[in-house]
Design a protein. Structure first.
Lengths: 299, 392
């Protein structure tokens, strides 16, 4: 950690154990104060910008929900026109603002080639409005609009492959990261800010409130997501998915059950009756994904 | 000064070029498309600095405009109809953040049914978003009002965005003679935009805060006060424009209203037809006058009362409709007079929707109908003109 002042200050109103402020602090630590941020409507905006206070020690603009990418596009072009383009531009958005309502603006930003780092802070549902499902919500997750029930396993669709969608725009740099691996995350921020064009960083941010786990387990859940292969840490230069490089491989891969059973959003898979079929399906999906990434569990 | 024979979109594009915007985020839409085409051409030929952002939607056009303006750049864009409707939420945010973005509009009807021709529904529907609104009668006004809009909107007493409407096809695609001012004169009239607060890493501030019930209302009040303040700034800018460029602008421009029994209130390109109709009515011994409204927001209520208070009737022409009420302009005008003990009868005529032509005979009909209402009592305060009942 550096001696410099925090660029995302204490006093914000995030829930205890929220991993978004942790991720933002790490990212800004790497980016430094010569950075302009844009954020979309959501948890991060609500907890950090309540007037007359702000948690942001960098210049920041929040406009609306679906357009962090297009607001950032305007900032980036303006900086160039005004001769201030040594300033980094980082667009932050949640998973709702990225996977769903903001996908069009994001695609436009990537396609136009703006020099912007876009960071998706993914807590896998609309947490700010009360845990509704999103296209980022994984199979089998119980949310308030995909509740588990007699006839429901919870969310019945797969998580949208947002990283591959962004990489398919042939942008210079795409990566995934999580707060359990700060050095990996910061290295990726450094690389992303160095490329001459758009970069996309998909950060998994465990949410104690929405995932229903105890607030001291945030980092542990983030690590478990990686160790089970639920969330693989990788990076990619260019648009060819064959070139994905996995940046973190655990010594031993743990079963997905270890990750699922720690979270209330999956408790219906264990009680009143264990849903072995769903757990197996989730395990198979992970195994298949690892094979596609060229990973064999023995290595 | 150069005399050019150009279409309305070219006039607003040239007006924008003369203002030296840094960033122009735009998305093509009929009938405004020529604007981004011309700006692209100016930049491609090195006639203009600044950068286009070829966004993927109008929503992103306004979002990028907000980002760029908050960073301290001078920003303009152009749109119409569905495009403005798609921008709707961002228009509130531009004014709420006090960003002096200027938008050229080719005023066009809204779907459904889809229609690319002129009416004022697109911008009239945005009357509550906190933008200044200007309407041009002819292409010259389109050019001049772009320059004036930047001057007024960027004034520290105002700091609000503004839109300049030119009627779809009637102006956007119609060629007229336009005096294009010299760049030097425009540079003197409109110095570079130097905001006091903007996104700058040296002095970090947060734009777009969360406003709780303890604070939200005061933000809105301050914004409304700035809109009120703009009334004075508009008059000053119009006076200075006259001095520098020789052309006269007023919030409302009365024509033969001094002794008129009936005044007809118009917006946009129909205003010229209204003056021609008034001349004919006068020849027939009918005491008609008309008023062209150039500034619609802030609403020029005081000026309107001054000019029309002695008339027996004000006929308000709306090229828009608020279903279940009547025309929006009608409601605005009625609100100005409602608390006065004596005031003219206020009648509303809906016409010219979706590009239906507005011709001199329509004004004659409006005169006759209004006269009849005065004599025999008001049957219906909101009448539709030139409605083809056979296809209803």
């Amino acid at each position: 950690m550096t001696e410099e002042k925090e660029l995302f200050a204490c006093g914000h109103r995030a829930c205890a154990g929220c991993s978004e402020p942790i991720a933002v602090r790490m990212i800004l630590e790497e980016a430094g104060p010569n950075t302009i941020g844009t954020i979309c409507t959501g948890c991060l905006e609500v907890v950090s910008t309540g007037w007359p206070e702000t948690a942001w020690e960098i210049p920041l603009i929040h406009a609306a929900f679906e357009n962090s990418a297009s607001v950032a596009s305007g900032v980036e072009v303006a900086l160039r026109q005004l001769g201030r383009d040594d300033t980094h531009v980082i667009a932050f958005a949640g998973d709702g603002g990225t996977f769903d309502i903001g996908l069009q603006a994001l695609s436009g930003m990537l396609e136009r080639g703006h020099k912007i780092l876009y960071v998706c802070l993914d807590n896998e549902a609309y947490m700010n409005t009360g845990i509704q499902r999103c296209s980022s919500t994984p199979l089998g997750t119980s949310t308030t609009t995909s509740p588990a029930g007699t006839y429901s396993i919870g969310e019945d669709r797969q998580k949208k492959p947002i990283g591959a969608i962004c990489a398919a725009h042939c942008i210079p740099y795409t990566a995934t990261a999580t707060i359990a691996y700060p050095q990996d995350l910061k290295k990726k921020v450094r690389k992303a800010l160095a490329v001459n064009g758009p970069s996309f960083l998909h950060v998994l941010v465990p949410c104690p409130t929405g995932w229903r786990f105890s607030s001291e387990e945030t980092v542990e859940l983030a690590r478990l997501a990686v160790e089970t292969g639920i969330f693989v840490l990788w990076e990619l230069e260019g648009g060819n998915l064959q070139n994905i490089k996995v940046t973190k491989k655990p010594k031993t891969w743990r079963p997905v059950e270890d990750y699922l059973k720690q979270q209330g959003r999956y408790k219906h898979l264990f009680k009143p009756k264990k849903r072995q079929d769903v757990i197996e399906k989730i395990q198979q999906d992970v195994d298949q994904k690892l094979i596609e990434l060229g990973i064999t569990k023995e290595t | 000064m150069t005399k050019m024979t150009i279409m309305g979109n070219m006039a607003t594009a040239l007006g924008a070029k003369l203002c030296r915007p840094h960033v122009i985020p735009a998305y093509p839409i009929t009938p405004s498309t020529l604007f981004p085409e011309k700006i692209s051409e100016f930049i491609a030929n090195g006639e203009m600095d600044g950068e286009m952002i070829r966004v993927e939607s109008e929503h992103s056009a306004m979002s990028a405009a907000i980002g760029a303006s908050a960073t301290g750049a001078r920003v303009c864009t152009a749109s119409a109809s569905q495009g403005i409707a798609l921008m709707h939420e961002m228009l509130f945010i531009a004014s709420g953040m006090r960003l002096p973005i200027v938008m050229a509009v080719g005023n066009r009807a809204l779907s459904a049914p889809i229609n690319i021709w002129c009416d004022h529904q697109d911008t009239i529907s945005e009357r509550d978003v906190g933008w200044l609104q200007f309407y041009a009668e002819k292409n010259q006004e389109g050019l001049d009002l772009m320059i004036l809009a930047f001057k007024i909107c960027e004034d520290k007493r105002v700091l609000l965005p503004g839109m300049v409407g030119i009627d779809a096809f009637v102006l956007t695609h119609t060629v007229e003679g336009v005096d294009v001012p010299d760049q030097k004169l425009v540079d003197d009239f409109l110095p570079p935009y130097k905001p006091e607060k903007y996104l700058d890493a040296r002095t970090p501030i947060t734009f777009g805060s969360f406003g709780t019930p303890e604070f939200y209302q005061e933000f809105k009040y301050a914004q409304v006060k700035a809109m009120e303040e703009s009334e004075k700034v508009i008059d000053e800018a119009f006076r200075e424009y006259k001095k520098v460029f020789g052309r006269t602008y007023q919030k409302i421009t009365p024509y033969r209203c001094e002794d008129a029994d009936m005044v007809i209130l118009t917006l946009g390109s129909m205003s010229g037809t209204a003056r021609a109709a008034v001349d004919i009515l006068r020849e027939e011994g009918k005491k008609a006058g008309c008023i062209k409204m150039t500034v619609y927001r802030p609403f020029p209520g005081k000026e309107l009362i001054d000019v029309s208070k002695n008339a027996k009737v004000i006929a308000v022409l709306d090229r828009d409709i608020t279903p279940g009420l009547g025309g929006a302009l009608y409601a605005d005008v009625a609100a100005q007079f409602v608390n006065r003990t004596a005031h003219p009868v206020i009648l509303n005529y809906i016409l010219g929707l979706g590009g239906r032509d507005i011709v001199i005979n329509d004004f004659k009909e409006i005169y006759d109908k209004s006269h009849q209402a005065l004599e025999k009592g008001i049957q219906n305060p909101v009448e539709w003109i030139n409605l083809n009942k056979e296809i209803l």
